[in-house]
Design a protein around this ligand. Structure first.
Ligand code: ADP
Ligand code: ZN
Ligand code: ZN
Length: 817
């Protein structure tokens, strides 16, 4: 009898493919190893061995594998178990999961192109003969296809050679993006503490009479401080005084000047000293104890701590405990790019034990982290990363932390697997029989509900660290302001006044407008025509900076129209407003102040985001205008005022979570104000000051928000009470998708009766020339989720047996929120 393996390959196939192996291969091969396998007419894929057995496939003749690529499993048993859970729970294929889970460099396939790494010092003697041949070929050609490599080496089995070249950092795969994580170091100076008295200062200036250049530096420092009332960077001082670095260094060495870092958190980890974690205050100690106590009986615990209450320091203590027991820690963050501040902070405590993992890193870096985790290297004992880091080969996990657990970006929407990283990480921790800590100032309704149901443990902190008061939140009634003509553009007199006060005191301001662009919709005042995207069913957005109309769905853009396309009138008006317009208005209202904007458009470049954060920390920016990017846990010292330009667009968003989400967004932006000693203030402009969410935001009343929203969820049958599965159909032909969705909804309704909603066209019903229809299935408590899914799969199979429907694409999204 022969031997066979079932192999996961990174293509969306419902079933695993079976290949035949020899009996000696059967002895060697283990689950989780990579094999190169032929597929289709001429393709070769890297696959992962999922099963070894002796049952030949019945429907086809099993092909032989090309070769075995690993000596030991690259993917461990627990990971395979997790992959299976994901494929099951989120209704996707193991191939989908594999693509998301493994760094691209691990899954070479015949289509792959390899490119030489630039600027990587390569010593030729490091390379074996075959490796050298490829390296040499890449001196003459910018990239090589796998086919080319086969030609050069005159053999078929080339994946191992290429894998070695990737590990050595000689080549990478072509389509990969590079984005290195690089924290920044900023130096500031002030007068040394011995010279702050009048006398000492006089003495100093007299003494420096003999060193005119040094005296010049000191005088420049005074004038800079007097003029800007802001900390002075070494860079600035050098420029203004014309002094050399060595003169400034001399003054620092003498103790006349003192060097410091305004946000010491951003000091790059130098590979030497690490600091002790901070001593916790009473509130923090109580919360930490509560977490530990909850862990005795619960697998998951939620830490609800207001913004700036010091949750990160509590995480640090738990991490410390975990690594001292020799175990691994996974620290999940919603978006790595947005959290360089936090990473530097943890690096100061844990130095070399931290690895950062991110899908935008180069293949080499990702492969390195993967291998370090696999080997349980000390370097990767703590992994900080965005959602994909839960796929790393942990074998000794001791703690999972999920920071900002309410963030929507934990959910992957496209492509499959459409997994929620929070829920999947909890599953991962369970498989490792270890604990998960969720943290947030504004927990998701689901998590808080799980606390109320006693499924999760709970701990909380009500006060900010150092007893800094929560910001004072004031609502501004726009209707009233417009009526009494107290508006300048989109700014009420109240907001302008508050801004003026803050600026006069040298403080910084954040303005929040949850929409980028200048003004989303341009409309003809004569005939009402609004320019539309030709590919999508959506109005174009005006971007003043480039004088363009752009589609936010497909990227289509065109020059701004001077005349209405429909009637030719030049009376074109804008409706609504975005960040760009706010920026313009601020510049007119407050000339002479530095204004910057933070949104998707201004943070596209590699380090653009870091640059803006840096500039704010260095107080080079007085007013920052931004979208929800501003909410992501930033810790600025000198921001005292936050203005929310319009709360209503958020509240009116057509989604069952709009209210919960508005509450979270507003409290998170508000949390950026007054994080140090002085109390911050927040102004929210709105047409509905009596809206209950706004009342709850202004009194920071999470519990009331929770109770009210949960009531709504009961009434309208939404999560966390009901579970949701969304089915999306798409096709280029409107009639086809219409028919198909009717058929599908009808069939589902026979099983699930009133719990099937739709088919319905989404708000944007055509994207990239594909028409969309949605069907929503609600699953009441007590109805088996797995049985429901089985039934849906059955209906799906009958759907695809109908010839006209075969070309319709169906997307299943479990927990689609
Ligand atoms: P959160 O994560 O809850 O928003 P942080 O952990 O960022 O809060 O803490 C807010 C600020 O207070 C940070 O600047 C942090 O360094 C400081 N802080 C928190 N706890 C302590 C402590 N125990 N000792 C000293 N500083 C602390
Ligand atoms: Zn479009
Ligand atoms: Zn018109």
């Amino acid at each position: 009898m022969g031997y066979f393996i079932d192999v996961i390959i990174p293509v969306p196939l419902q079933k695993l493919f079976t290949y035949s192996i020899s009996s000696s291969e059967a002895v060697f091969i283990k689950r989780g190893m990579r094999v190169a396998v032929p597929f289709g007419k001429s393709k070769i894929y890297t696959g992962i061995v999922a099963r070894i057995h002796q049952l030949p496939p019945t429907a086809y003749q099993a092909k032989e594998i090309h070769q075995i690529l690993d000596e030991t499993p690259l993917v461990n048993e627990l990971q395979l178990e997790l992959w299976e859970w994901i494929a099951n729970y989120y209704m996707c294929t193991l191939g989908d999961v594999m693509r998301a889970a493994l760094p691209g460099a691990f899954i070479l396939e015949s289509e792959t192109r390899i490119v030489k790494n630039k600027g990587f010092p390569i010593e030729e003697h490091m390379l074996e003969d075959e490796e050298f041949l490829i390296y040499e070929a890449l001196q003459h050609q910018s990239s090589l296809k796998i086919q080319d490599v086969m030609g050069i080496l005159d053999k078929k089995q080339v994946f191992p050679v290429i894998n070695r070249l990737i590990e050595k950092g000689v080549v990478h795969l072509e389509e990969e993006v590079y984005e290195k994580y690089k924290p920044k170091l900023v130096r500031y100076v002030k007068l040394g503490s011995n010279y702050t008295t009048e006398n000492a200062l006089q003495q100093l200036l007299d003494d420096l009479g003999r060193a005119p250049r040094q005296k010049e530096v000191i005088l420049t420092l005074f004038s800079l401080v007097g003029k800007t009332k802001k900390p002075v960077t070494v860079f600035n001082l050098k420029n203004e005084s014309g002094a050399s670095s060595s003169i400034i260094k001399t003054l620092i060495d003498k103790g006349v000047l003192e060097e410091y870092h305004i946000q010491t958190d951003r000091i790059q980890y130098s590979g030497k000293d690490t600091l002790k974690t901070k001593l916790l205050n009473t509130c923090q100690i109580q919360a930490l104890d509560a977490v530990k106590k909850a862990f005795e009986t619960q697998n998951v615990t939620l830490l609800h701590g207001v913004t700036s209450s010091g949750k990160t320091e509590i995480y640090a203590k738990l991490i410390e405990d975990c690594i001292s027991s020799g175990k691994q820690v996974l620290y999940l963050l919603p978006e790595i790019a947005l959290t360089t501040q936090l990473i530097s902070r943890l690096q100061r405590y844990f130095g070399e034990c931290i690895s950062v993992y991110h899908s935008k890193y180069s293949s080499h870096e990702r492969v390195e982290v993967w291998n370090n985790v696999l080997k349980q290297a000390p370097k990767a004992q703590i992994v900080i990363g965005a959602r994909s880091s839960l796929f790393l080969p942990f074998s000794n996990l001791g703690l999972v932390i999920i920071d900002e657990e309410h963030e929507l970006s934990y959910k992957q929407f496209d492509p499959a697997p459409r997994y929620h990283a929070r829920d999947t990480a909890i599953m991962l921790a369970n498989m490792h029989q270890t604990k998960t800590l969720l943290g947030s100032a504004t927990p998701s309704l689901e998590s808080y509900f799980n606390v109320k149901q006693h499924k999760y443990g709970f701990a909380e902190i009500h006060r900010r660290y150092n007893d800094v008061l929560m910001p004072e939140i004031q609502l501004v009634d726009l209707k009233d302001k417009y009526k009494r003509k107290r508006m300048t553009g989109h700014f009420s007199d109240t907001l302008i006044e508050a801004m003026r006060d803050a600026l006069n005191e040298g403080q910084q301001i954040i303005l929040f407008q949850n929409r980028r662009g200048f003004s989303p919709i341009i409309e003809c005042t004569i005939c009402g025509h609004a320019p539309q995207c030709p590919n999508c069913d959506v109005s174009l957005t005006y971007h003043q900076y480039k004088n363009q109309l752009r589609c936010h769905y497909c990227g289509y853009h065109t020059a701004m129209h001077l005349n209405c396309e429909a009637c030719g009138s030049s009376d074109i008006d804008s409706k609504g407003f975005g960040t760009e317009q706010i920026e313009e208005e601020v510049k007119t209202l407050f000339p002479g102040y530095k204004v910057a904007r933070m949104d998707l458009d201004t943070t596209r470049g590699k380090y653009a985001y870091d640059k803006i954060i840096n500039a704010i920390e260095q107080q080079e920016i007085d007013i920052l205008v931004g979208t929800q990017m501003l909410t992501k846990g930033l810790d600025f010292r000198n921001v005292k005022l936050v203005g929310i330009m319009n709360a209503d667009t958020m509240l009116n968003f057509p989604d069952f979570r709009a209210h919960e989400r508005s509450f979270q967004l507003m409290l998170q932006v508000a949390g950026r104000a007054g994080r140090t000693d002085e109390r911050g203030s927040v102004l929210i402009q709105t047409y509905n000051p009596y809206h209950s969410i706004l009342q709850q935001v202004s009194t920071n009343n999470y519990t009331e928000m929770f109770n009210e929203q949960l009531n709504d969820r009961y009434t309208y049958k939404y999560p966390p009470i009901y579970k949701l599965i969304k089915i999306t159909l798409k096709h280029r032909d409107f009639n086809r998708v219409e028919q198909a969705s009717q058929w599908l909804a009808k069939s589902l309704r026979q099983l699930f009766t009133e719990y099937v909603l739709g088919p319905e066209s989404p708000p944007v019903s055509r994207i990239r020339n594909q028409f969309y229809k949605n069907i929503l299935i609600k699953i009441p408590q007590g109805q088996s989720l797995s049985k429901t899914k089985e039934a849906i799969i059955k209906v799906n199979n009958s759907f695809f047996s109908i010839k006209e429907f075969r070309s319709v694409k169906i997307i299943l999204n479990v927990d689609n929120f």
